[in-house]
Every structure is written in C-alpha cells, then in structure tokens.
Design a protein around this ligand. Structure first.
Ligand SMILES: NC(=O)c1ccc[n+]([C@@H]2O[C@H](COP(=O)([O-])OP(=O)(O)OC[C@H]3O[C@@H](n4cnc5c(N)ncnc54)[C@H](OP(=O)(O)O)[C@@H]3O)[C@@H](O)[C@H]2O)c1
Length: 249
C-alpha cells in the first residue's frame, strides 16, 4: 500500500515511516522539511498522488489555544480536501487520551482536528494515545530556567512512541474503523518521578519545582483525567525500560 505520513519526521512520525517501510509499504513523508506545508497546502497535491492511506501525526508544540486551533484547523482541512481530490481511501489520525476534559491549549486544537476528521469525507480511523516516553525530555527542555525545571503535577501513563507508531500502521492496514480503543503505556506514574529519573539517568543537575496548573487542563492533569479508562489497549515498554535504551545508545 502507498502510505503518506503527515509529520513523518516527528517523534512518532519517524517510527511510523520506518515501521511502514519495514512492512513493505511505500512511504511518502509529508513535512515542511520534505517540501510539504499542511497549513499553506504547498506540495500536498503532488505528495498525495496515488496514495491509498494517510497517517496524520503532524503537530505543533504550543500551549496557545489560538495557535493550536489555527494549526489543526488549517492542516486538517487542507489535508482532507487534498485527499478527496487525490482519491485517498483512508485517513488515520493520532490524538491524545482525555482531551475532552480540557478544551484549551493544545487540546483545543486536537479536539478541532478530531471533529474535522469525524465529519470529513474521507473514511477514517482515530487513535488516542497517552504521552510518549519522549514527552519527559521534551517537557524538561520546554520548562527549564537555568538550574530549575518547572514540572506540573500530572498523572500520566506514558507509552513508547514506537508502539504507538506500530498501532497506527496496524490501523492503516486494517482499513477505516472509526474511533479505536484508547492506547496507554503499562504503568501510571507521577510526571515528577519520571522527570527525576530522566535527569538522574542523563546526569543533569536540576532542581524540580512542582507547578500546580490552573483551570480544567491543570485539574485533568492532576486527577488522572489523562489516564486511559480500564479496558483500554496497553503498551508493553515501561518508562524505566525506555530509559535503559537511552543509556545503551
Ligand atoms: N508527544 C506526545 O507525547 C503525544 C502523545 C499523543 C499524541 N500526540 C500527537 O501526535 C502528533 C505527533 O506528535 P509528535 O510529538 O511526534 O510531534 P513532533 O515531534 O513535534 O513532530 C511534528 C511533525 O509535524 C510536522 N509539521 C509541523 N508543522 C507542519 C506543517 N505546517 N506542515 C507539514 N508538517 C508539519 C513536523 O515536521 P516539519 O517541522 O519539518 O514541518 C514534524 O514532522 C501530534 O498531533 C500530537 O498532538 C503526541
């Protein structure tokens, strides 16, 4: 099958492209670095030529509601419109567990994206996953000020990005199925503990400053609103096992 991966150079997208290639699919990577801009539409029509399925793992890293909503609205509408013209048969999108609990920031953008996909003309599959293990170093980078790192109080059940990628390629192969069961990692954890473990493993001396985020987003983070419900699909690699792969690399 010919699969186009929107965001195929990103944290999970790289794994999606690699796994799809390993399984014998032809892969087209769509990202600005590859000459395709989902927001302006540049390069989309050409990239989607003869494509059967699109896996959308594009995204921006912003806490701004406006930026997130603007990005996911434009990117998803442009992508779906170009898919219709190109005759793409299946659109697979990745979203985040628990986003309905907080219609703000990045999650507001993801809710708009889900809505566009559900009401779009291209048959679809939607998978919500929890935060990737890689979310921990990303958070440290984004929230460090000198020797301090500000860590929100958050319960998370992180999963290996590679396992999420494999589930997305499975979904592409299975055909349109609507919303799949949520996918989370094997263990629920406090983000603060994961940050401390990552800092220790990577020999970084930073002081963790706990942060209680306000509003529905902060509440969802604190009270387990971003943890998958019982009966959800569960990944295998724990955060500690993922950390071992970093030190081995
Ligand atoms: N990170 C997590 O823990 C997590 C958990 C669950 C779900 N998700 C969702 O999964 C998706 C991927 O997350 P990620 O962490 O892998 O993202 P990421 O590492 O930030 O990668 C984002 C990808 O999107 C591409 N992109 C950004 N703007 C673009 C544009 N205008 N046109 C074309 N491509 C564009 C980037 O490539 P260029 O910069 O080259 O354009 C990159 O390939 C996101 O939608 C996110 O919300 C993330």
């Amino acid at each position: 099958m010919r699969i186009a991966v929107a965001g195929g150079t990103g944290t999970v997208g790289r794994h999606v492209a690699a796994i799809a290639t390993e399984r014998g699919h032809q892969v087209v990577t769509m990202s600005r670095a590859a000459g395709v801009d989902l927001v302006t539409g540049r390069g989309l029509d050409q990239a989607l030529k003869d494509v059967d399925t699109v896996i959308d793992v594009s995204g921006i890293q912003s806490l701004s509601t406006k930026k997130a909503v603007d990005f996911f609205t434009a990117a998803t509408q442009n992508l779906l419109a170009a898919e219709k013209v190109a005759g793409v048969k299946h659109h697979v999108a990745l979203s985040i567990v628990g986003i309905d609990q907080a219609n703000s920031g990045l999650y507001a953008g993801k809710l708009v994206q889900e809505d566009e996909v559900r009401h779009g003309v291209v048959p679809w599959t939607l998978l919500r996953s929890t935060q990737f293990h890689e979310f921990v170093p990303m958070s440290i980078k984004a929230a460090s000020v000198g020797p301090l790192v500000f860590v929100p109080t958050m319960r998370t059940q992180p999963i290996a990005a590679r396992e999420v990628a494999a589930a997305l390629v499975d979904a592409a192969e299975a055909g349109p199925k609507g919303r799949l069961p949520d996918l989370g990692g094997p263990q629920a954890e406090q983000l603060k503990r994961l940050v401390a473990a990552y800092l220790a493993t990577t020999h970084q001396k930073k002081r963790i400053v706990p942060l209680r985020l306000p509003g529905p987003m902060g509440k969802a983070m604190r009270n387990g609103g971003l943890i998958p419900a019982p009966g959800s699909a569960v990944g295998r690699q724990t955060f500690s096992e993922w950390l071992e792969t970093i030190t081995a690399a």
